[in-house]
Write a protein of this length. Structure first.
Length: 632
């Protein structure tokens, strides 16, 4: 494998080392399983499997219908590589990619666990991403192919404008002769010959493992929670303990008494696409969606994961079938990963933003994606007032990217007794919700009933309509769409709120549940917090009924507690007058603190509501306490 460097720099600065026993095989068209197995046997190769000694629950290899991860029990030398390549040509080979291993997780100084496949990736040899300097003209950009020639070999590169359009300044070039000259050689050559014209060069990276944050357990019967006293007419709602726990629905007054969502609010499920004909979802789609591999319609499923997430966000409310989503009368935008690359993540974020999504639900995470490619897309969505909800992941450790980006809401999973989901949770499942300084809130993440792809393709293979639903969807994958649906409800009731205001409401109204104590922590302005539960477990009713009443302690007081500014009588919301004349001028000390002994004094208090809901039943009590030596 002489064309593949032994070591490559990752965009994070961490070195990547060539895995001489693994390859990613990409074909020009779908091939049958029989042909694939025959080829692998002849080549003494094995298909990367979901079951290994070090696999965690829910781990899934990122095979597609045209790309396959394979391994060998012995190192692949140059002669054997050529034979594999020649044999694969008969099946319509597009390219062979080397597989690299990160020395350790980006942003961490610790090595990955032995045998872990989380750090394995394919920097695709047939794609180069070029970000020209602002001074680089179109003619110079068009000359990149000639400039990248190595030893007389010139790459046959072609820009793909559909992908360039959504890459925040990067130009997406496909290399049609990557067998002769690949992306690694082109990057090296351009940096040597045209460095003044190039701001940055990146590879498109594909993970060996699907980065979805789901734990798929066998289909179970009824789960904890019981039938609520008041419920929509969806027959599976009695098993939706999660909706009762977050006070979306159930007995008493709940969030659904205020809103079940409006169709003008659109949530993008950035995932494996969605079942477009599912009877509980079909009415919710606001657009045909897109496939991020082809950049063509229509958001049809490339796997099961997206349909399950979509049902939690917005399965149709009270339509007498299946389940109810958190915002079951709002709209969905299905966007489908094909290869789960960093380019697809960025394109998905930008495409959804451009096409009207107000919320993007992302139930995935992987630390080896390029921040240089994805972060600008997150910034663009944020700048366009989009709420982004991202799973922390299920490794019982540090939070994965992009949930570590401060512009997104990092969502962890809670269990059925309102603690962080951990291996010791009473459900008996051995995974744990990732936690740390980036966590915002948690939401239910075990035994979640939701929609499933129809027929034999879904998680639940039961016959008939029973197979259209999956009752035990788990992981931070299931927690995240709860928060996305909650954001859709807030926007449905208060359409003028910004993404920052929506996030503040979600965090301020979270319930302080669990055994880990909450505390005031610098840098966390929306209430008490801890690194396992964030601000707490979400509560839909509190968020929709949020009135944030405050009395300023001083002019600079914004309501963040504890306030550590100046003395309360310096231009605050408290004014003391010696006459009952309705004069309220806090900025003028002569008119705001005139206490006199021996006569009546009048206290004026200004109350401000920072929340969107009208405040009700507000009572203000005031008293003057003698303070020896000063005016009180």
């Amino acid at each position: 494998m002489k064309n593949f460097p032994q070591q490559l720099p990752h965009s994070s600065g961490v070195p990547m080392f060539l895995d001489v026993r693994r390859l990613l095989l990409a074909f020009q068209h779908t091939i049958s399983n029989d042909d694939l197995m025959r080829f692998l046997k002849e080549s003494d190769l094995f298909l990367e499997d979901n079951i290994t000694e070090h696999a965690i629950p829910g781990e899934r290899v990122n095979h597609t219908d045209q790309r396959f991860w394979v391994y060998s029990r012995r190192p692949i030398d140059e002669e054997r590589y050529r034979k594999i390549e020649e044999s694969a040509q008969k099946l319509g080979l597009e390219f062979i990619s080397p597989v690299y291993s990160l020395a350790h997780e980006p942003g961490s100084s610790t090595a990955v666990a032995p045998g872990s496949r989380r750090n394995l990736l394919a920097p695709l040899p047939n794609v180069i991403l070029i970000k020209p300097n602002e001074q680089t003209g179109p003619s110079e950009t068009a000359d990149f192919a000639a400039a990248a020639a190595v030893n007389g070999r010139e790459p046959a590169i072609k820009e793909i404008p559909e992908k360039t359009r959504f890459l925040n300044g990067y130009h997406y070039y496909l290399i049609n002769n990557s067998k002769d000259i690949n992306a690694y050689e082109i990057k090296r050559q351009l940096l040597e010959s045209h460095r003044p014209l190039v701001l940055d060069l990146q590879f498109e990276s594909m993970p060996l493992l699907v980065p979805a944050a789901a734990i798929i357990e066998p289909q179970a019967g009824p789960v904890a929670g019981g039938a609520p006293a008041v419920a929509p007419n969806d027959p599976l709602f009695p098993q939706q303990w999660d909706m009762v726990r977050i006070q979306a629905g159930g007995p008493g007054t709940t969030g659904w008494d205020i809103s079940t969502g409006v169709s003008t609010v659109v949530t993008c499920v950035l995932d494996e696409g969605c079942d477009l004909t599912h009877p509980d979802l079909q009415a919710r789609y606001s657009t045909t969606g897109i496939n991020l591999g082809t950049m063509m319609p229509d958001g049809s499923p490339t796997g099961n994961h997206g349909t399950a997430c979509a049902g939690i966000v917005a399965a149709t409310y009270a339509n007498s079938i299946g389940v109810s989503g958190v915002a079951g009368n709002s709209s969905l935008m299905p966007v489908a990963f094909q290869n789960w690359t960093d380019v697809e993540v960025a394109n998905g974020l930008n495409w959804a933003t451009t096409n009207g999504a107000r919320i993007i639900s992302m139930s995935f995470g992987w630390d080896a994606w390029s921040h240089a490619i994805i972060d600008p897309a997150i910034q663009n969505a944020f700048n366009n007032n989009v709420v982004m909800c991202v799973a922390t992941h299920n490794y019982n450790g540090s939070i994965t990217y992009p949930a570590t980006n401060p512009l997104v809401i990092a969502v962890g999973a809670s269990d059925e007794i309102d603690n962080r989901k951990s291996p010791s949770s009473p459900d008996g499942e051995g995974w744990g919700s990732d936690f740390g300084p980036e966590i915002s809130v948690v939401a239910p993440g075990v035994h979640i009933p939701t929609t499933d792809r129809q027929g034999a393709d879904g998680y639940n293979s039961s016959s008939g309509t029973a197979g259209d639903y999956f009752l035990t969807f788990n992981g931070t994958s299931s927690a995240t769409p709860h928060v996305a649906g909650m954001a859709a409800l807030i926007l449905s009731v208060y359409p003028t709120l910004t993404n920052v205001q929506i996030r503040n409401i979600i965090e301020k109204t979270a319930e302080k549940v669990g055994v880990v104590p909450y505390a005031d922590v610098p840098g966390y302005p929306n209430g008490t917090w801890n690194q396992e539960m964030g601000y707490g477990r979400i509560n839909v009713l509190r968020a929709l009924d949020f009135a944030d009443v405050m009395i300023k302690d001083a002019a600079s007081d914004t309501g963040t507690e504890p306030f550590t500014g100046s003395d309360f009588w310096d231009f605050s919301d408290i004014v003391v007058r010696i006459t009952d004349d309705n004069v309220f001028v806090p900025s003028d000390p002569a008119q705001s603190k005139n206490v006199e002994r021996g006569q009546a004094n009048y206290i004026y208090v200004r109350v401000t509501n920072n929340g969107p809901k009208e405040a009700r039943n507000v009572t203000v009590g005031a008293r003057i306490i003698p303070y020896v030596g000063l005016q009180f």
